[in-house]
Design a protein around this ligand. Structure first.
Ligand code: NAP
Length: 322
């Protein structure tokens, strides 16, 4: 595996904000205690994953209210506290859950989010999905109020279409605030943001794209191709998600394997390096991890430099995955 290098990773600004984040952050859905989807690690393992992540130079974490109604947020805050890191040295992103709620709920629930993450402040507060009963405009007005009150620092959205992103951006501009980011499903086998106008709008308006599920839930690590028995052990929903793509992704996995061999690194590092570099600095990624080794492999992506030919080859092979 890759040789460890001292980590001082160049950070990227999130959109037009002054918030600086490493190209890779840690996704914390896995810390939600949700055993019906993830083999959620116990707190002791969460502590180790978070420490390895910080030691690897990563400076930010993505969680959400939805991830166990505060379980993931509390697990993250607890693990961060044990490392001794202080609030200003770490970037925290969390999300408001909009289902069956109006924008008024943003104000009602913010204190709960703050207390779950305490003593760490919310640097980026995102609307998890565009499914609130209220308009995008009303939600953005509510988020802008939280910034004015000093309860959050910056505003992001998630799963927003290009049109919804443009609306969010326009409302916030009236408040003199930037829309920092749109967090969307984006990886080598799911490249919709390149086709549905989201990436194009993000580039035009200078809004960062945060790629979630960047490893296709483990598919792009090659472990399920190598050992199909692992698929049978997955919780039902994930078994379906991963299982139906195995055959379709065989060529892509072979290509990832060749490139990983040439760089003496993991397939996950190659897949992540591609997603955070193929479109320049605008895309950041938040792989999840249930084990320390995974967290370490994913961190390695930040120091891995693929050649232009390798980037192009991955682009080409991945386009053939239908
Ligand atoms: N905004 C949204 O709507 C939304 C939706 C989904 C996710 N997210 C965010 O995005 C984050 C990441 O997405 P995701 O968790 O769906 O998928 P992912 O990052 O593509 O896959 C993560 C899973 O893959 C396996 N894995 C990770 N690294 C590995 C490695 N190096 N080697 C082998 N296996 C590895 C682990 O599962 P096992 O150990 O169980 O195999 C891990 O839990 C989440 O934590 C969450 O913060 C946001």
């Amino acid at each position: 595996m890759m040789k460890r290098v001292p980590v001082n990773i160049e950070k990227r600004y999130l959109g037009k904000t002054d918030l600086q984040a490493t190209p890779i952050g840690l996704g914390c859905w896995q810390f939600s205690g949700n055993r019906s989807y993830w083999n959620s690690p116990p707190q002791q393992e969460v502590d180790k994953i978070v420490k390895i992540t910080l030691d690897g130079g990563i400076n930010w974490f993505d969680t959400a209210e939805f991830y166990g109604r505060g379980v993931s947020e509390r697990a993250l805050a607890s693990a961060l506290c044990k490392t001794g890191i202080v609030n200003h040295d770490v970037v925290i992103a969390t999300k408001w859950f909009p289902f069956f709620r109006t924008s008024g709920n943003i104000q009602h629930t913010i204190d709960k989010r703050i207390s779950c993450l305490s003593p760490y402040e919310i640097d980026l507060y995102q609307i998890h999905m565009p499914y609130s009963f209220s308009s995008v405009e009303a939600q953005m007005n509510a988020m802008a109020s939280l910034v004015r009150e000093g309860k959050i620092k910056h505003i992001g959205v998630s799963n927003f279409s290009a049109a919804q992103m443009r609306r969010a951006h326009a409302v916030l501009a009236k408040h003199g605030l930037p829309l920092a980011s749109n967090q969307v499903w984006f990886n080598l086998v799911h490249r919709n943001p390149e086709k549905n106008g989201v990436l194009e709008a993000a580039k035009e308006l200078n809004i960062s794209i945060i790629a979630y599920t960047p490893l296709a839930q483990g598919l792009l690590t090659g472990k399920f191709h190598k050992n199909p028995e692992l698929i049978k052990k997955l919780p039902f929903a994930r078994r379906i998600q991963v299982g139906r793509k195995i055959e379709k992704t065989r060529n892509l996995i072979n290509k990832l394997e060749n490139i990983a061999g040439a760089h003496n690194c993991s397939l996950s590092a190659v897949a992540l390096s591609w997603i955070i570099n193929f479109h320049g600095d605008i895309v950041l990624a938040i792989p999840g991890a249930t084990k320390t080794e995974q967290a370490q492999q994913n961190i390695d992506a930040q120091t891995l430099k693929l050649t232009p030919q390798e980037m192009a080859d991955l682009d080409e092979v991945s386009r053939s995955v239908k």
